[in-house]
Design a protein around this ligand. Structure first.
Ligand SMILES: Cc1cc2nc3c(=O)[nH]c(=O)nc-3n(C[C@H](O)[C@H](O)[C@H](O)COP(=O)(O)OP(=O)(O)OC[C@H]3O[C@@H](n4cnc5c(N)ncnc54)[C@H](O)[C@@H]3O)c2cc1C
Length: 352
């Protein structure tokens, strides 16, 4: 490997999008990935029409569960609106496997089971790094964490059943509650992905017991409870702590491209992190191919401006939904103006 060959840290959607674009553009990227096999990353698994286009531009044709409308729930009230275009429910295992295989096929190198601990560890091997470590910060390039009551994510996958197919069908469901919300949709195998974005204090109030919290939310929100019917004492629940929603990078140094969640973190379900991951990975790689390592600060500033708008709008929706009055307003606005749902969904998505 030459020192001018770029290294990508992380084989999530951002790292793979960069690897595919770099390899197709004639560079010789190497991906370093800490896990030894592709798992099912904690994610809502919702792919909008724009993210589907991004995947197709990278040569990946996603084959997921069709989603054509949004239903928003609060307590015993709900309202539905059609999506502007067809979306998909797709597990991260399926999407990440397809992306990584496209990257390797395009010519990217891959080393698995390699945990990079500090940015400086790569100084002898390359002069250009694409930082795509997603939720995890790397020493030497940490994102600021200032929230007093940080956001966190929980995810549970429930097996396919006739009851869930009938309840959820072709919807992306958003269940709002105090200090958080849950997104529910079916995935390519008919299983239901139930993903929550919430404040840490809510979990603390439930004795830091995710199962207890889900059961309690199910009791106080009957529609949500109906969807959790097959949750058992042994169903695995994944968790991710301290998600810096709303943060986005505006600057960097030559030779360091921050992509995916390392470029910006859009509130889950209100916006679409995978869309930002694919768009940033591809456009950062194009900037490198056009102008080399010196392009990093210019690209980061440009992408910061581009992603700042959808991230700001999604953050406003997230904050509004955190309070009872805000939740009432969202539900009222969506039922009075059904076109608002599709408009909001488009305004919080990044261009492919
Ligand atoms: C609760 C929740 C729900 C969500 N729902 C959705 C949704 O429905 N739709 C959507 O579009 N987005 C959703 N997102 C956001 C989405 O999951 C992220 O934006 C997306 O995963 C970012 O991709 P990435 O490639 O930047 O990082 P990741 O997908 O996190 O990938 C990072 C990769 O880097 C590797 N890595 C990390 N550290 C190191 C290291 N030091 N050395 C080597 N390798 C390393 C990891 O193993 C991983 O493979 C959700 C997020 C949360 C928290």
């Amino acid at each position: 490997m030459r020192r001018s060959d770029p290294i990508i840290i992380g084989a999530g959607p951002a790292g793979c999008a960069a690897a595919i674009t770099l390899a197709k553009g004639g560079a010789r990227p190497l991906i370093l990935e800490r896990s030894t096999e592709t798992g099912d990353a904690l994610c809502g698994g919702f792919l909008s029409w724009r993210t589907i286009k991004s995947l197709e531009r990278l040569g990946v044709s996603p084959n997921g569960h069709p989603v054509d409308h949004l239903t928003v729930f609060w307590g015993d009230r709900s309202t539905s609106a059609p999506l502007p275009e067809r979306a998909l429910g797709l597990s991260r295992r399926a999407m990440d496997t397809a992306l990584l295989s496209a990257a390797v096929q395009a010519g990217a190198g891959l080393e698995r089971g390699v945990m990079v601990r500090h940015l400086d560890d790569l100084a002898d091997r390359t002069d250009t790094v694409f930082l795509a470590t997603g939720k995890y910060d790397l020493k030497g390039a940490e994102r600021p964490r200032t929230a007093r009551d940080p956001a966190m994510g929980l995810r549970v996958r429930l097996p396919a059943s006739a009851a869930l197919t009938q309840l959820v069908g072709a919807a992306i469901e958003l269940h709002m509650f105090d200090r958080g919300y849950a997104g529910i949709e079916l995935q390519e195998d008919g299983s239901a992905n139930i993903c929550l974005a919430l404040r840490k204090s809510l979990l603390t109030e439930h004795g830091r017991d995710p199962r207890g919290l889900l059961q309690s939310l199910g009791r106080s929100h009957p529609a949500f409870g109906a969807r959790l019917d097959s949750l058992t004492d042994t169903t695995p629940i994944d968790a991710i702590a301290a998600v810096p929603y709303g943060w986005h990078a505006r600057q960097t140094v030559p030779g360091l491209f921050r992509i995916g969640d390392q470029a910006g973190v859009i509130p889950s379900l209100a916006g679409e992190g995978n869309g930002i991951a694919l768009a940033s990975g591809r456009s950062a790689a194009e900037a490198f191919l056009a102008g080399g390592r010196e392009e990093a600060p210019h690209w980061q500033a440009r992408f910061g401006r581009q992603s700042g708008r959808p991230i700001g709008r999604a953050t406003a929706i997230w904050h509004t939904s955190e309070f009872a009055m805000g939740r009432g307003l969202i539900l009222l606005a969506l039922s009075l103006f059904p076109k608002l749902g599709p408009a909001m969904a488009s305004a919080t998505r990044i261009e492919a």
